[in-house]
Design a binder for this molecule. Structure first.
Ligand SMILES: *Cc1c(COP(=O)(O)O)cnc(C)c1O
Length: 382
């Protein structure tokens, strides 16, 4: 049953004629390769937008994380500490390198790393002389982490800080943008992120040495010889020039995407504000979200099966919504991994839902989503 309405997606790429023209120009220029002038320009534009000295355009956010971890010295038997509430791609690259993720719970208000928990865990690990190879905070759903405190903690223990800002391009902490914090940060331009290259990612750092090394590894570790000379194992992780041409146009539109996504979140907040037991996640006390995905929590006592009921009702109306990321400590593939939990991530997974948030959605569509959510919850109100 579609009720005669077009499908409403969770978060769909917002691309138009300008993107097509830009890609065609790149195609006609002859630079049909991973590398080229569009890639160079895209790197300069993203680094200047975020406020970083260097950027390396890569084939995905996952690839960017892998090289960021590798540069931080993560290797066989190493450990990375990260939030349990995130996409699997935060942890997978640790495993590619033979390392082990350790999962910590999140703060109930921002759903980012619980800093008290992290501080206690680091103190114990320092005492046992078993500090991790890196700390990996995640800006979940576009909500930036408490970076000032994180940077201080990481430098106190001398542990590299690698920010997974894949979901947060355009978010702020103070006057600095997500992606500007830590030894390195990673962005994703996957199709469903706030801006896209259809698939792609970016490694960001202020260290020239780090950027050069990551660029070298990503280009098959090709040494400067006429023939292909290799002193190290390489990766084919560079971004294609055609996709960078797409990304450059998207980056120009990013401020308007952020503005629209935040408007959508605020519209949900206003419309759902009067529904008892329903909370729309807002900005954290220390910064502003880019509004990538609007998320709601439904009080478990009042609506025991709230998220499932709402998701199914939306689906019947041809509207896509999605559960919160399933915590990684509860994923079959990470069974047995070390974790430190408070129950927040489990509760957010149980009670939360991601609502359609694409920057192309109209107010009327948001009202429709909110109305269906409200009606379906009214049906299970005790
Ligand atoms: C999307 C995402 C990634 C991975 O980026 P890809 O470009 O899809 O490889 C990593 N971490 C988080 C939190 C993400 O949302």
């Amino acid at each position: 049953m579609t009720e005669g309405h077009e499908r409403i997606h969770l978060s769909i790429a917002n691309v138009a004629e300008e993107e097509a023209q830009s890609m065609l120009r790149a195609l006609s220029s002859g630079w049909v390769a991973p590398l080229g002038p569009e890639v160079d320009a895209f790197e300069v534009e993203v680094s200047s937008f975020v406020g970083r000295a260097h950027a390396v355009a890569l084939s995905s956010g996952t690839a960017a994380l892998q090289l960021a971890y590798k540069y931080a010295g993560v290797g066989f038997g190493g450990e990375l500490v990260m939030p349990t509430l995130t996409f699997g791609a935060t942890a997978f690259p640790a495993v590619y390198l033979g390392a082990k993720p350790v999962f910590l719970d999140v703060d109930p208000d921002s759903w980012t790393l619980d800093l008290n928990l992290l501080a206690g865990w680091l103190r114990e690990r320092a005492r046992a002389k078993r500090l991790p190879a890196a700390i990996v905070p995640v800006d979940l759903f576009g909500v930036p982490c408490q970076y000032n405190e994180l940077v201080e903690l990481a430098s106190h223990y001398g542990v590299p800080l690698i920010a997974d800002a894949a979901e947060a391009l355009g978010a702020h902490v103070g006057n600095r943008r997500a992606g500007a914090f830590g030894d390195a940060a990673v962005l994703s331009f996957n199709g469903n992120k706030i801006m896209t290259t259809s698939g792609g990612g970016m490694y960001l750092t202020d260290s020239r040495e780090a950027a050069d090394k990551v660029r070298f590894w990503a280009t098959q570790s090709r040494e400067p010889f006429a023939w292909y000379e290799h002193a190290e194992i390489g990766y084919n992780f560079r971004m294609s020039n055609l996709l960078a041409a797409l990304g450059r146009v998207q980056l120009q539109k990013l401020p308007s995407f952020v503005e629209r996504r935040r408007q959508i979140r605020d519209l949900y907040k206003r419309t759902l504000g009067s529904v008892p037991g329903v909370t729309v996640l807002g900005d954290p006390a220390w910064g502003t979200s880019n509004g990538w995905l609007t998320t709601v929590l439904m009080d478990h006592e009042r609506y025991p099966d709230g998220p499932d009921t709402v998701r199914e009702a939306l689906l019947r109306a041809n509207i896509e919504s999605r559960p919160i990321w399933k915590p990684l400590h509860a994923q079959p593939v990470f069974r047995g991994a070390e974790s430190a939990l408070t129950g927040v991530a489990n509760r957010v997974f149980r009670d939360g839902l991601c609502l359609p948030s694409g920057s192309g959605l109209s107010d009327e569509q948001i009202h429709r989503v909110a109305a269906i959510l409200t009606q379906s919850l009214a049906g299970i109100r005790p």
